[in-house]
Design a protein around this ligand. Structure first.
Ligand SMILES: C[S@@+](CC[C@H](N)C(=O)[O-])C[C@H]1O[C@@H](n2cnc3c(N)ncnc32)[C@H](O)[C@@H]1O
Length: 223
């Protein structure tokens, strides 16, 4: 669970489960639906520089590159094992995507350089301190007017959704997931300097409520 000096939670909670990540997520999380909606709301354009934070096996990255071939897609993840799965997937799909192994709390990119930052199923892997540090880093690397689009577990829309989410909490831990259940992500995003923070969608899944968020780094114009 430890690489460099930073701890991280692997894709399915344990490294030995990473090879089955794709089928599990595809069968249980309405992955096609929520990733397509995230892609639509991100409104990617030719020439955009896009960062996928906590890219995992690269499904969203490949989807983005196929949808907008002239956008440049850069992905980061802290886990070398999952990145090798992602590189394989990008290769098989003939998509050119850049992958970098690093932690989200220290992004190796220039400030104000990206048009979009996207992230899916990622923030519930981070402690409150890591969530804030990551959000500040995303804010730093986005251009003024640049947009953030996130899909992650959100505040459950009812008792059934709440109960189902205990499976995820047992797998990924209670401390990192409790901000999600309490619906605190919008507040954290705002606290890190973003404007126009919105909940764009709530989708029921068999593991709980999947929520899509958007936000803008304040600036002269949307990019
Ligand atoms: C549940 S997976 C999500 C993968 C992908 N975004 C998706 O939608 O399927 C979470 C990923 O976050 C990565 N991760 C966890 N903490 C991290 C950190 N601090 N910095 C970078 N990556 C991290 C894990 O290695 C894992 O691949």
């Amino acid at each position: 669970m430890e690489t460099s000096r930073e701890r991280y939670i692997p894709a399915l909670g344990y490294r030995f489960l990473s090879p089955v990540y794709d089928p599990v997520v595809s069968l249980t999380c309405r992955e096609k639906t929520f990733k397509s909606r995230l892609l639509n709301q991100a409104d990617l354009r030719h020439g955009h520089l896009v960062l996928d934070v906590g890219c995992g096996t690269g499904t969203l990255a490949v989807q983005m590159k196929k949808a907008v071939p002239k956008a440049e897609i850069v992905c980061i993840d802290g886990d070398l094992q999952i990145l090798s799965i992602a590189r394989g997937k990008a290769g098989r799909n003939n998509t050119e995507v850049r992958f970098s192994c690093c932690f989200s709390t220290q992004l190796p990119f220039r400030e104000s350089s990206f048009d979009r930052a996207v992230s899916s199923l990622f923030f519930h892997h981070l402690s409150r301190t890591q969530k804030i540090a990551t959000m500040q880093e995303i804010h730093r690397i986005l251009k003024p007017g640049g947009q953030l689009h996130v899909a992650d577990w959100g505040k459950p829309t009812g008792m059934i959704m709440r109960s189902l989410f205990y499976f995820i909490q047992i797998l990924d831990g209670f401390s990192t997931t409790s901000d999600n259940v309490k619906g605190l992500l919008p507040q954290i995003i705002r606290q890190c300097g973003f404007d126009s923070v919105e909940i764009c969608n709530n989708l029921p899944t068999i593991f709980g409520t999947m929520t899509l968020y958007s936000a803008i780094k304040p600036g002269p114009a949307k990019v």
